[in-house]
Every structure is written in structure tokens, then in C-alpha cells.
Write a protein that binds this ligand. Structure first.
Ligand code: 2RA
Length: 445
């Protein structure tokens, strides 16, 4: 069964579950779930996965960088406003996928690491999507005691995290480091309230018994596991376009080059880029980098995360490992990536070249992607219309465009470009949709 349902099926699916909270755009019946084990070269995978990366990118950032206004190429861009506008657009197009009813709510959703860039987006997604919960609790060490004003959930006082507090929530969204998650996620998962833990770190992504989930692809039952891993943002964004294509034409080779925003390094990465651009505008000099390995303004850095023994970086290997696991790919499907940090604030882009088993017509692929959940085709070269990170910022959908037959692989080859919001599809939104599926299942029971 094709996991991505017709975008117009949402209302019907919503009615089917009656009053229960529902992510109607995803597959509850359980898609043809890709295997949860990393097939084949597991020894290699395990050896890579066990290496501790030199932290080129902090997993979560504690200080909040204001998103707007931003000096970018001499233009002040209010990303915050644009983000809200885009979300309203998404709602208008029928994608506010949760229907909350008074009787169909859980008691509490917790966000652990709520003051980082991803944690803040998690709260925004819960609000924006009317997540069916009576209350939200926020946990963060340094921000403990701060009061967050939430339009949907009222005034929330940030608390220091404890295992007991986590166990008082039916759902815990973890926006914390791998080390923290490794220690505490298993202690919260299950427990007295059968807490669902959805972890945004890489701590559990490659463990055979932990589902690694993109809800539109392999959600459903997998989303209801006590502990679910959220993929790396680079994987999640590319996977949204690759999955429908793989379903129909069967991937043989995937070659990806990324253009990753400073937001991948959290609020501190964004702040360093902004400060560097501002300093250059006023003094002509860019301060020494602290978050990134090199100066990011007016530069690109072909390294994200630590180098591995095979010459690829860990960020690049994550694409290989995670697509294999999420799609349930055979060993003979080859995936390689070059990951590059670019001086954009938010939203990652990827140039993707594929070879498939079956021939593809670019127009057919365009039509296929038009129907795919979580994907927006932006592909009109005549009007200079293609995916760009500034446009993808704040959008739930991943933009796909520049779709063309590959000069290298002929009619079994395709090239395209994607841009997706790293903090939304690449992190917070993906986690919240997993939570929606988990809660829908819980309320169904
Ligand atoms: C980055 N993908 O962009 C990473 C964040 N998880 O740095």
C-alpha cells in the first residue's frame, strides 16, 4: 500500500476516526512498513554509528536567536511573520491535520529541551496544529523558571527536567543531545502512563528495535512504539521527495549534495551567521567563528559533523544509513551524499540525482509528486520558479523542482532540487506528526 495518501482524503479519514484526534494525511492502516532493521552491512554501520563525532554542530542550542528581522543580502526579512503566514496557508489548503475534540485529548505533552531552536518549534507546531492535549509542560535546564506565553496552552512555567515529570506526560518530545536522550528517554518511555517518547537526537536512530519514522512513509504502527526516533533533517527533507519516486520506479542509486542552513547548528548557529553578516556590514570584518569550523558568512563549508574512516562525514553517512532503514532498501541500492553548510539562516536544500530500475518521464514524476503528502512541486522554469530556502522557510511542505531527465543516467535517471524547513520537516514537525499518530492510536484504543 502506498503510504502517501491523496491530499484530498484527509476529511474522509478524519470522519472515519470520529472524534478522535487524527493526523488525517498519514496512513493509519500501517503502510507497507519498511523493515526496521538496517539490512546487510550492519557491521560497517554499527562501527560508524558507534564513533563519537567531534561536535561540529551542537545538537541543541540554549540561547534564543531572534528570527526577525534578519539582514540578508541587504534585505530585512521578517522570517517570523512569514513563517506564520505560511502556516496559515498550509491550514487553508486543508493540512491542519489534527482534529481535536474535548473528549479526545491526552492530558499532557512534554517538551524536553524546550528553549532550543527545535524545542521552540515543537511548541509552535503543537499550537499551530491544535494538538489534542489538555496541557503542555516545558522542560529546560537553563530556562527553568521562565514563563512562556502560549496562545493555545496559556502561561507555561519552564521546569527543570526530572524522570518523574516526564512520566507524567503521555507524550514526551525530546529536543536534547544524544547523550541526554540515551540516558533519560528509556527511563521515561512506557512507565505508568505508557508515555510515548519521540527523540530528535541520533541516540536511537540506528538501533534495530527502535523505529526511525517519517510518518508519511513508515508511520502508523511504528509511531506508537514507546520510543521512536526522528530522522536527521537532511534525510527527512530528501526522503519526502524520494519515497514516492521509489514506490513507483524503484531506486538504484541516489547521489545527494546538500546546501545546509545555519539552523542545522541550532539557534547558536543562526546567531553566529547573523552576527557575522552584521559585523561585516558595519566593520568590514567577520568575527572568528565559534559554532562553525570556519567563517560561514560569504563562504561555504564542505564539512558537517565529524569525518569517518571512509572519508565521508557523519552527516553524509546519516543519509545513507537512515534512508536504508526508513525505506527498507536492499543493500544493492547505493546512496552517497556530500553535505555542505551554506550561509542561509534556515531551510536546507539538496540537489539529488537518482538512477532507477524503471524508466521515468519527468512530467509523470512531477504529477506523482503533486499528489504526495508533505510535498509541494515548485517547478516552472519559465517563470523562474523553483525551490529556494527562503521560500521553504516556515512551510510544512518540502518544495521540489528543477525536475529533469539526467544526462548521465538517461531515461532511468532524474535530477531535482529540494528545499525544506530544517526545523519543521527536518525536526519539530516530523516529531509532532509522529506524536499525532501515536495519540490517535491511543485515543482509538
Ligand atoms: C545540521 N543536520 O544541519 C544537522 C543537524 N541535525 O547540522
Amino acid at each position: 500500500m502506498a503510504p502517501q495518501q491523496s491530499k484530498t482524503n484527509m476529511a474522509v479519514a478524519g470522519a472515519a476516526l470520529g472524534c478522535a484526534a487524527l493526523y488525517a494525511g498519514s496512513s493509519f492502516a500501517g503502510p507497507s512498513a519498511p523493515q526496521q532493521s538496517l539490512r546487510g552491512s550492519s557491521a560497517t554501520i554499527a562501527s560508524f554509528a558507534s564513533q563519537t563525532p567531534a561536535a561540529a554542530s551542537p545538537a541543541s542550542a540554549s540561547s534564543a536567536a531572534a528570527l526577525a528581522p534578519v539582514l540578508a543580502g541587504g534585505v530585512a526579512v521578517s522570517l517570523g511573520l512569514e513563517k506564520r503566514r505560511n502556516r496559515r496557508n498550509a491550514q487553508k489548503s486543508g493540512r491542519a491535520a489534527v482534529v481535536a475534540c474535548a473528549a479526545g485529548k491526552v492530558g499532557c505533552v512534554g517538551i524536553v529541551g524546550s528553549s532550543g531552536a527545535v524545542g521552540k518549534e515543537m511548541l509552535a507546531c503543537l499550537e499551530d496544529r491544535d494538538f489534542p492535549t489538555e496541557k503542555v509542560r516545558l522542560f529546560a535546564k537553563r530556562a527553568a523558571g521562565d514563563v512562556v506565553e502560549s496562545k493555545k496552552f496559556g502561561k507555561i512555567t519552564v521546569e527543570p527536567f526530572t524522570v518523574e515529570a516526564g512520566q507524567e506526560c503521555e507524550v514526551c518530545l525530546m529536543a536534547v543531545s544524544g547523550g541526554f536522550s540515551e540516558e533519560f528517554s528509556p527511563q521515561i518511555a512506557g512507565g505508568p502512563l505508557n508515555t510515548s517518547v519521540i527523540d530528535n537526537s541520533s541516540a536511537f536512530r540506528y538501533k534495530d528495535d527502535i523505529p526511525l519514522v517519517i510518518p508519511e512513509i513508515n508511520g502508523g504502527e511504528n509511531s506508537s512504539a514507546p520510543l521512536v526516533a526522528n530522522p536527521n533533517c537532511t534525510t527527512a527533507i530528501g526522503a519526502m521527495a524520494l519515497w514516492p519516486i521509489h514506490q513507483k520506479y524503484k531506486l538504484k542509486k541516489v547521489l545527494m549534495c546538500t546546501y545546509q542552513a545555519s539552523s542545522g547548528a541550532g539557534a547558536e548557529g543562526m546567531a553566529e551567521l547573523e552576527a557575522g553578516v552584521k559585523a561585516f556590514a558595519t566593520t568590514g570584518k567577520v568575527p572568528k567563528p565559534e559554532v562553525f569550523a570556519h567563517q560561514l558568512p560569504f563562504n561555504v563549508i564542505p564539512q558537517i559533523d565529524a569525518f569517518q574512516e571512509n572519508g565521508y562525514t557523519k552527516e553524509e553517512m546519516k543519509v545513507t544509513w537512515e534512508l536504508q532503514k526508513i525505506f527498507g532498501l536492499d543493500d544493492d541500492v547505493k546512496i552517497a551524499c556530500t553535505a555542505v553548510r551554506v550561509p542561509t539562516l534556515r531551510a536546507h536544500s539538496e540537489s539529488i540525482t537518482i538512477e532507477t530500475e524503471l524508466p521515468m518521464d519527468p512530467d509523470d514524476v512531477r504529477a506523482l509528486l503533486e499528489k504526495a503528502e508533505g510535498v509541494k512541486v515548485v517547478d516552472e522554469p519559465s517563470s523562474l520558479s523553483y525551490p529556494m530556502p527562503l521560500n521553504a522557510t516556515g512551510q510544512y511542505d518540502v518544495e521540489v523542482g528543477r525536475i529533469r531527465q539526467s544526462l548521465v543516467f538517461g531515461d532511468k535517471g532524474l535530477e531535482f532540487f529540494v528545499s525544506g524547513d530544517q526545523l519543521l520537516r527536518g525536526a519539530a514537525l516530523n516529531a509532532v506528526i509522529i506524536a499525532e499518530q501515536a495519540v490517535a492510536k491511543r485515543l482509538e484504543a
